[in-house]
Write a protein that binds this ligand. Structure first.
Ligand SMILES: [Fe+2]
Length: 168
C-alpha cells in the first residue's frame, strides 16, 4: 500500500453499485478485446478441439462473432505464411495459442511464442509465417470484422486492391 495515500474504501463496495462499471457483455475497448483474447486463450475447451491442420492451404475457422467484431482461429503448419498484407478498416489483436510464429514488418522481425499478443490499428502491414518446425495455432480478433486483406508486394508498395477471403 502507498503510505502517501490514505484513501481507502470503507465498507462494502458492492453497496454502492452506482460507483461500479456494469459488466459489458461484449468488448468495446482495446483492453477489453485483449482481455477477450486472453480469456479464450486460457480456456482450451473453447478452441483446442476445433483446430485442424491443412498442408495445402492455411486453415481458419470463425470462432465467434459479436457486435462489430469477429474472432478467428487459425492454424499454421511449418512453412505456411500469410504473405505481406494489411487488414483494411479493421483493428486487430493477434494472440499465439500454440507454437511460435514469426511476424515481419518494415521495422523488423519478431518471434511470437505461445501467449504473445500483438495489437494493431487499421493500415498496419505485416507478414506472419510459421518458420518453426512445429505447427502453430493463433487467435485473431478483428474490429470491425475483416472484410478485406489487401496484399502488399513490399512494405513500401501500394496494396493491391482485391480482397482475400483468408485471415491473418
Ligand atoms: Fe494480419
Amino acid at each position: 500500500m502507498n503510505s502517501d495515500n490514505d484513501l481507502q474504501i470503507a465498507g462494502d463496495i458492492l453497496e454502492v453499485p452506482h460507483l461500479l462499471q456494469p459488466p459489458r457483455e461484449h468488448p468495446a475497448t482495446v483492453a477489453e478485446f485483449v482481455g477477450l483474447a486472453r480469456a479464450i486463450t486460457a480456456d482450451r475447451s473453447q478452441w483446442a478441439h476445433l483446430v485442424r491442420y491443412d498442408a495445402t492451404t492455411r486453415w481458419y475457422h470463425r470462432l465467434r462473432t459479436g457486435p462489430g467484431y469477429e474472432v478467428w482461429l487459425l492454424s499454421w503448419v511449418p512453412g505456411q505464411g500469410s504473405g505481406l498484407h494489411d487488414h483494411g478498416r479493421s483493428s486487430g489483436v493477434l494472440t499465439v495459442l500454440e507454437g511460435t510464429l514469426t511476424e515481419r514488418t518494415e521495422r523488423g522481425t519478431r518471434a511470437l511464442a505461445a501467449g504473445a499478443q500483438r495489437v494493431f490499428a487499421p493500415g498496419y502491414v505485416h507478414e506472419v509465417v510459421n518458420d518453426a518446425l512445429e505447427p502453430a495455432v493463433s487467435l485473431h480478433v478483428y474490429y470491425p470484422g475483416l472484410t478485406a486483406m489487401p496484399m502488399h508486394t513490399s512494405p513500401h508498395c501500394e496494396a493491391r486492391t482485391e480482397p482475400r477471403a483468408v485471415t491473418a
